[in-house]
Design a binder for this molecule. Structure first.
Ligand code: NAP
Length: 494
C-alpha cells in the first residue's frame, strides 16, 4: 500500500497555509506568542503550528466585526452577492489545494475532501443568490389609514463555532448565509483543524470581501472563547455546530444576554430496512451513510434496524461491500477509509464496542489493520456487530466510527418506536418500496431529516438541521438565511 503523503509545501498555492488569527483584515500572531500544533491524524506527524488566540484576541475580533458590520450591511445586495460569487469562484479554483489541506489535517480520503470543498462552495453560491431574495411584506391593515410594513434586517455580529469533522463545509454553511444577510462574523474553528478555516478566510479576502467582515480566532481555549462569544454584547447571534454537550453549555451562557442561537448538534440516526426493500440499494445507502468520513458524521447511521426476515442476506451483502474498503492515509488514491481524528477517538469507539461485547454482542465482521496503521493508533477497522443488548451504550451515544450495529425488528410499529426512542432527532433513513409505508414513516419519525431509499441527504438547497437534542434552526435552503435576519414591523399612520 502506498502510504506516502504530499508535504504541505507541495501545494500549488502555499499562501493558502495561514497560521495566524485573522482580525480586522490583519493576520495576527497571538498576544501570548503561544502556538498549538496541528497534527496529521494519518501519520501522527506535525503539519504546522498555529497562533493560539485567547480572549483578548476574540474581543478585538468582535470589535473589528462590529466596525465592519455597518458598512457591510449597507452595501447593495448585488454587491454582497457579487463578492460571494467571487469567493465561490476562488474556492473552486483552489479546490485541489483546499482538499489536500483538509485531508492532511482531518484525515478523510482526498476524494471525500474534494467533495466537501464542493459541498462547502455550494453553500457560498446558494447564499450569493439568496442575498437577492430577502423579502419583506406589506400586510393588509386593521384601519384604512394605516400601512403595515415588515422589513428584514441583519441580526448583527455573528459568532460561529465549528467542529473538526467538516472543517470547511461547516464554516462555509455559516459564513455564507451570514454574509448574504449583511452580518459580519467572528469564527472559532476546532483546534484539530484550523487550517481549512484559515484558508477559506484568506480566499474571502482575496475575493475582495472587506476587512473585518470575516474574522478567525484559532484557539485551544474553547471554553474561554465560548464564554466571550456568549457574553459579549456586540455579538447578537451565536451559531454552533458540534456536540450536544457543548451546545447545552452555550444555551445557558447565551441566556444571560438573550442572544439568538442556532445549534447543529449530535445525532443517533436509525437506518431502517423493511422486508420489501431493494437490498442492493439499501447496502449502497448503508455504505454511503456509515463509512463517509470513517463514520464521523452527525448524520451517520448509528443504529441499523433490519427486518428479521432479511437480516442475514442484508448482512452478507453489506460485509461483501465492506471488504472493498481500503484503509489508509487519505492522500493515497486507493484509500476509502482514513484514520479517526485522533487516538482518543479510537479509544472512545473501542470503549463503546467493548461495552456492547460485554453485554453479549458478537463481531460478525472486522477488517484487518496492517501493523503500520496499528502502530499509528488512529485507525479503527470497519466492524459489524450483531446480537446487541438493549442497554448497550452505542445505541444511545454517537459511535463516531466505522462500526455497524445491527438490530432486528418484526413490525412497522415496533421499529418506529425503537427509532424514536432517543433524545436525538437529526437524520433517519428508510428503505422500502411501499408508498403507504413511506408516507407513514415520513410522518411518525421524529427527525429533522429523512432519507427514503438513499443514504445521502445533504445539499445546499435543503434545510439541514435537527429536532430534540439535535439542535435548533436550519442551515441551507431559503430557511437558512432567516436565522441571520431580524423581522421589523413598521406601522405607518397615513
Ligand atoms: P465539540 O467537542 O462540541 O466541539 C465543537 C466545537 O466546539 C469545537 O470548535 C470545539 O473547540 C468547541 N468547543 C468545545 N468546548 C467548548 C465550550 N465549552 N465552549 C465553546 N466551544 C467549545 O464537538 P466535536 O467533537 O468537535 O464535533 C463532533 C460533534 O459535532 C458530534 O456530536 C457531531 O454530531 C456534531 N456535528 C453536528 C453537525 C450538525 O449539522 N448537526 C455537523 C457536524 C458535527 P475545540 O476543538 O478547540 O475543543
Amino acid at each position: 500500500m502506498d502510504n506516502s503523503y504530499m508535504p504541505i509545501t507541495e501545494l500549488c498555492n502555499p499562501f493558502l497555509i495561514r497560521t495566524c488569527a485573522l482580525i480586522g483584515g490583519e493576520w495576527c500572531e497571538s498576544d501570548s506568542k503561544k502556538y498549538f500544533p496541528v497534527i496529521n491524524p494519518a501519520t501522527g506527524e506535525l503539519l504546522t503550528n498555529v497562533a493560539d488566540a485567547g480572549v483578548e484576541e476574540a474581543r478585538r475580533a468582535i470589535v473589528a466585526a462590529a466596525q465592519a458590520q455597518s458598512n457591510w450591511m449597507q452595501k447593495p445586495v448585488q454587491e454582497r452577492s457579487r463578492l460571494l460569487h467571487a469567493w465561490h469562484a476562488l474556492v473552486l479554483k483552489h479546490s485541489d489545494d483546499l482538499a489536500l489541506i483538509l485531508t492532511l489535517e482531518q484525515g478523510k480520503p482526498l476524494t471525500e475532501a474534494r467533495a466537501e470543498i464542493a459541498y462547502g462552495a455550494s453553500y457560498i453560491e446558494w447564499f450569493a443568490e439568496e442575498a437577492k431574495r430577502i423579502y419583506g411584506d406589506i400586510i393588509a391593515p386593521q384601519h384604512p389609514d394605516q400601512r403595515i410594513m415588515v422589513i428584514k434586517q441583519p441580526v448583527g455580529v455573528v459568532a460561529a463555532i465549528t467542529p473538526w469533522n467538516f472543517p470547511n463545509a461547516m464554516l462555509a454553511r455559516k459564513l455564507a448565509p451570514a454574509l448574504a444577510a449583511g452580518c459580519a462574523v467572528v469564527a472559532k474553528p476546532a483546534a484539530e483543524t484550523p487550517l481549512s478555516a484559515l484558508a477559506l478566510a484568506w480566499l474571502a479576502e482575496e475575493a475582495g470581501i472587506p476587512a473585518g467582515v470575516i474574522n478567525i480566532v484559532p484557539s485551544t481555549d474553547a471554553s474561554a472563547i465560548g464564554i466571550e462569544f456568549s457574553s459579549n454584547k456586540l455579538v447578537r447571534k451565536l451559531s454552533f455546530t458540534g456536540s450536544t454537550r457543548v451546545g447545552k453549555i452555550l444555551i445557558q451562557q447565551c441566556a444571560e444576554d438573550v442572544k439568538r442561537i442556532t445549534l447543529e448538534l449530535g445525532g443517533n440516526a436509525p437506518f431502517i430496512v423493511f422486508e420489501d426493500a431493494d437490498l442492493d440499494a439499501a447496502v449502497a445507502g448503508a455504505m454511503a451513510s456509515k463509512f463517509r468520513n470513517a463514520g464521523q458524521t452527525c448524520v451517520c447511521a448509528n443504529r441499523f434496524y433490519i427486518h428479521r426476515n432479511i437480516q442475514s442476506v442484508f448482512c452478507a451483502k453489506l460485509i461483501q461491500a465492506m471488504q472493498s474498503l481500503t484503509i489508509g492515509n487519505g492522500v493515497a488514491s486507493e484509500t476509502k477509509i482514513g484514520p479517526l481524528i485522533s487516538r482518543s477517538a479510537v479509544k472512545k469507539v473501542q470503549s463503546l464496542v467493548d461495552d456492547a461485547l460485554k453485554k453479549g454482542a458478537r463481531i460478525t465482521y472486522q477488517a484487518d489493520l496492517d501493523k503500520t496503521l496499528l502502530a499509528i493508533g488512529s485507525y479503527y477497522p470497519p466492524t459489524v456487530l450483531n446480537n446487541i443488548a438493549d442497554d448497550s451504550l452505542l445505541l444511545t451515544q454517537e459511535i463516531f466510527g466505522p462500526v455497524v450495529a445491527i438490530l432486528p425488528f418484526d413490525s412497522d410499529e415496533e421499529v418506529a418506536k425503537l427509532a424514536n426512542d432517543t433524545d436525538y432527532g437529526l437524520a433517519a433513513y428508510c428503505f422500502t418500496r411501499d408508498s403507504k409505508r413511506i408516507k407513514k414513516m415520513s410522518e411518525i419519525l421524529a427527525t429533522g431529516m429523512l432519507g427514503i431509499n438513499t443514504g445521502t441527504i445533504s445539499n445546499a438547497m435543503a434545510p439541514f438541521g435537527g429536532v430534540k437534542h439535535s439542535g435548533w434552526g436550519r442551515e441551507g435552503s431559503h430557511y437558512g438565511i432567516a436565522d441571520y435576519l431580524e423581522i421589523k414591523y413598521i406601522c405607518e399612520q397615513i
